[in-house]
Design a protein around this ligand. Structure first.
Ligand code: K7E
Ligand code: CUA
Ligand code: CA
Length: 638
């Protein structure tokens, strides 16, 4: 079937300049793609041009949020290798806020302030990150709005964001592994564990002692669980092959992860050698029991319990699935783990209810848990759900989102003649993740779907060789998916999550007792300083601590003296009680900048290495006299 046939009704509205732009990655994006089988046919009748135009008009009206009105959904977007999390309003697709996490941020001072450096810990030395998977903490399979967790593939970290203040409050580096990629949360009974996959296979120990003969060295990667409350690593499980994406079930018992490198190869050709890789299923109660029974070891440099989950272990089961699978998604009805084929045009539906039997060795073979393996199209990467029995899968190579019915796919697998494919919608172009509203919870409501397209090509005004990506909003509330919005985004939102706006409960101003700056408060107490009232300079050897308040439009201290070479810490408490009156502090020519929002205390340290007069100013617009909110640091020559 040609692209023209497949796109019939959508091409008229979404591709006014023709569809010749669609094909450029067809054969080259994924090596080996040309060998794949063709896509399954379209199930539903194609709408007439008139009814399609009417549907587009109706859906387009729904995304218009009038000035002064609020969006119905919060969206949290990963910022990819830009390192931050972005907060969006959906369906307007307006960007509401950015939350710096694995990057450095000049506006808020993330990565510069003492509070943020304490949170980043040893990894504060890294100035880059690569986040993929943002997920909201859950209680009983529902978003509880407390935290958002996200991975950093670049420096093997996991971070937690407090959704009441929308700031990162914890960060942990996972030991003994390289590249944390797939990350999903335990859904039931609550998010006790943050499950995260380490992708790359490395030798153990990885200290150079075995590189003369790497073939003889023990090499593996590990599945990890971080305790969502303490953000300490709870356990690690050694696996065969490698690990890509992960998800957890609605019983609290199982997590499953895809592996694309069963070959344990170190190059592209080798990683595609086998016809099948696998999904590995982890039995969480058995892992916990093994830890209780002290059946674990520890690796040098950490005291995290490490368990052996390689083939033959009681803790895991390996289910062969076609070649190089990618996304792993639990259906919102709790029935299936769905592994997305990538190099196979299929997805594999693993029936979660049969996993007990699989672990009790009651099945003839692991693949007896496969409920269906529907053929969907070329390059299936990720699947999302509408809560009405339909699944939506991105087809990277076909540049489409395919809507299909899960139970019909199961019936077709059993031999019944039923076309489970409901619709294929062209998206622009090469989608990675897609994500439907509330899809990772029991509350999946089938309203909106975001397709995160890796390429925008000519959808936007050109910006030089580097193009925006394209996060497209699709109305899935009716029988047909309708594309309603093109959203250009900066590199690279792999994934996003949508929650109802009443599921997120942000504070309006800071609590003076907030743990976020508790250590700074403790330091002030030691110095005999009351942050809420005092403006004081404390000298302690060559360390100088400058404590000041701020009330628009003045700093409590407008001039302080230090000696050249002093290590200066400026601590500012914003006494303003008015919502939205944030102040800033920027010391000119010192690389010093930070945000101080109402009732917040922020602190930043630097060396006063230049003698003379140095102005500081407020860099968050707070008042008609904001320009006049300034002060001077006078540095005596050494
Ligand atoms: Cu880009 Cu979820 Cu990291 Cu797929 S992953 S696309
Ligand atoms: Cu304070 Cu601007
Ligand atoms: Ca493979």
């Amino acid at each position: 079937m040609s692209n023209e046939d497949q796109s019939k009704h959508s091409s008229a509205e979404t591709e006014p300049r023709g569809i010749s732009r669609r094909n450029f990655l067809g054969a080259t994006a994924v090596t080996g793609a040309t060998a794949l089988a063709g896509a399954a046919g379209l199930g539903s009748a194609v709408m007439t041009r008139e009814s399609w135009a009417a549907a587009v008009k109706e859906s387009s009206q729904k995304i218009h949020v009038n000035p002064g009105e609020l969006d119905e959904y919060y969206g949290f977007w990963s910022g990819g290798h830009q390192g931050e999390v972005r907060v969006m309003g959906v369906p307007s697709m307006r960007e509401l806020m950015r939350i710096p996490v694995f990057n450095i941020d000049s506006a808020t001072g993330w990565g510069l302030t003492n509070e943020s450096k304490r949170i980043m810990g040893d990894s504060a030395k890294y100035l880059n990150g690569d986040c993929h998977h943002p997920h909201i903490s859950m209680t009983d399979g529902r978003y509880d709005g407390k935290y958002l967790f996200i991975n950093d593939k670049a420096n093997s970290r996991v971070a937690r964001i407090r959704l009441d203040i929308m700031k990162c409050d914890k960060m942990v580096t996972i030991p003994n592994v390289q590249a944390i990629h797939g990350l999903r949360l335990q859904k039931v009974p609550r998010t006790k564990y943050v499950f995260c996959n380490a992708e790359f296979i490395i030798p153990h120990p990885n200290d150079g002692s075995n590189i003369a003969n790497l073939d003889a060295a023990e090499q593996y990667t590990m599945f990890n669980a971080v305790d969502g409350d303490t953000m300490e690593v709870a356990f690690q499980v050694i696996v065969d092959g490698n690990l890509d994406n992960v998800d957890a079930d609605y019983t609290g018992k199982y997590a499953a992860a895809t592996c694309y490198n069963a070959e344990k190869a170190t190059d592209l050709g080798g990683m595609m050698r086998l016809e099948r890789d696998w999904v590995v299923v982890f039995n969480i109660p058995r892992i916990e029991a093994a830890i209780q029974a002290k059946k674990f070891k520890t690796l040098p440099g950490s005291n995290v319990p490490v368990l052996d989950g390689r083939e033959g272990s009681e803790l895991t089961r390996y289910i062969p699935v076609p070649k190089n699978p990618h996304g792993l998604n639990t259906s919102s009805d709790g029935k299936y783990f769905i592994a997305n084929g990538k190099l196979s045009p299929t997805v594999s539906m693993i029936e979660i209810a049969r996993l007990d039997d699989l672990f009790a060795d009651k099945l003839k073979e692991p693949r007896d848990v496969i409920a269906a393996e529907p053929e969907l199209g070329l390059g299936p990467l990720h699947t999302t759900f509408d809560g009405r029995g339909n699944a939506y899968t991105t087809l990277f190579i076909d540049s489409q989102v395919v809507k299909w019915n899960m139970e019909e796919a199961v019936r077709a697998y059993k031999g019944e003649k039923v076309n489970y494919i409901k619709q294929k919608l062209d998206v622009q172009y090469q989608p990675g993740h897609n994500h439907a509203s509330l899809t990772e919870s029991r509350d999946a409501d089938g309203k909106w779907l975001v397709a995160l397209c890796k390429f925008s090509k000519d959808r936007f005004l050109p910006t030089g060789p580097l193009h925006a990506e394209n996060d497209q909003l699709i109305d899935i509330s009716g029988d047909e998916m309708v594309l309603v919005h093109d959203g250009p985004t900066y590199a690279e939102p792999h994934d996003c999550i949508l929650a109802k706006r009443d599921q997120i409960r942000p504070r309006k101003i800071w609590d003076r007792q907030d743990p976020y700056f508790a250590e700074t408060r403790a330091m002030a107490e030691k110095d005999g300083v009351n942050l809420d009232t005092d403006n004081k300079v404390i000298r302690d050897g060559n360390k100088v601590r400058v404590y000041m308040t701020s009330v628009a439009p003045t700093y409590g201290i407008t001039e302080f003296k230090v000696k050249q070479g002093d290590e200066v810490t400026v601590v500012i408490t914003n006494l303003d009680l008015v919502e939205d009156v944030s102040h800033g502090f920027c010391m000119v020519n010192h690389g010093v900048s930070m945000e101080i929002s109402p009732q917040q205390t922020s602190s930043i340290s630097f060396v006063a290495d230049k003698a003379g007069v140095h102005w500081y100013y407020c860099n968050w617009f707070c008042h008609a006299l904001h320009m006049e909110m300034v002060g001077r640091m006078i540095v005596e020559p050494a």
